[in-house]
Write a protein that binds this ligand. Structure first.
Ligand SMILES: [Zn+2]
Length: 80
């Protein structure tokens, strides 16, 4: 018997009682499906801003700060 867990974001997880979950049973919502792509896009945009725009310009500083905050929030945390 297969069960389905519906998460608030729209992701669904199919599972069987007593069996470990694995990635095959996960159907991602649009936001979580896009998340890895958005992380890579943020990294590319950060490199672009730092390399071609004036890093002393306030708008560039703010954009780079936001991109770095988004990247830091999405990266796995290091375990100490
Ligand atoms: Zn989701």
């Amino acid at each position: 018997m297969t069960y389905q867990l519906n998460l608030l974001c729209g992701c669904t997880i199919d599972y069987e009682r007593g069996r470990m979950l694995d990635a095959r049973g996960v159907t991602f919502c649009p936001l979580h499906a896009a998340a890895p792509l958005m992380l890579e896009a943020c990294k590319m945009a950060e490199l672009l801003f730092v390399s071609i725009f004036d890093v002393y310009d306030v708008d560039t500083k703010n954009t780079v700060r936001k991109l770095r905050a988004a990247i830091a929030a999405a990266e796995p945390k290091e375990v100490e």
